[in-house]
Design a protein around this ligand. Structure first.
Ligand code: HEC
Length: 132
């Protein structure tokens, strides 16, 4: 009871086995990558950004900016850590993790979903309970 008062309702239990969906540029695979690629840990449970807290700065919703890019610009940006205008990502955005992803993984992140499908997908489960 005390636990519920302090932390709210507990998240639903994670399933015992997590099976990756088939790789590809799909919302389903994008959610999987955004969860296990840790994007949601900073950009918020739905990748819509996180407000500043007493211990961390605000993290932006990537969609408005990313929707102005081509797929090639997006991929080059996350592979190099430099935005198309020449501005490097600050150390608070761990682009090196994304740069090590293979093409299927990188091209299925929510940013790409926003470029290709103009969608803003919602996650069924709150982070960090798993899976998507
Ligand atoms: C440790 C926290 C953290 C993680 C993990 C993280 N990001 Fe970020 N991200 C940030 C911060 C902070 C910024 C803002 C950087 C800036 O001020 O330019 C950012 C910026 C971005 C931007 C540019 C948005 C804009 O409006 O300029 C994109 C795109 C992005 N992140 C994608 C991702 C993806 C895809 C992942 C997962 C592979 C990811 N991020 C994981 C913290 C994080």
């Amino acid at each position: 009871m005390l636990n519920v008062c302090l932390f709210g309702e507990p998240p639903p239990p994670a399933p015992a086995v997590i099976t990756a969906p088939p790789p590809g540029i799909t919302a389903e695979y994008g959610k999987y990558v955004a969860t296990f690629g840790e994007c949601r840990g900073c950009h918020g449970p739905n990748m819509t950004g996180s407000p500043a807290t007493s211990v961390s700065l605000a993290v932006p919703d990537p969609r408005p900016f990313v929707s102005t890019l081509t797929l090639e610009q997006f991929t080059a940006m996350l592979r190099s850590g430099v935005k198309p205008d020449g501005q490097p990502f600050p150390p608070t955005m761990p682009w090196e993790n994304a740069s090590n992803m293979n093409d299927d993984d990188l091209n299925s992140t929510p940013g790409v979903d926003c470029i290709l499908h103009q969608e803003s997908f919602q996650f069924a489960r709150p982070y960090p309970s798993l899976p998507v």
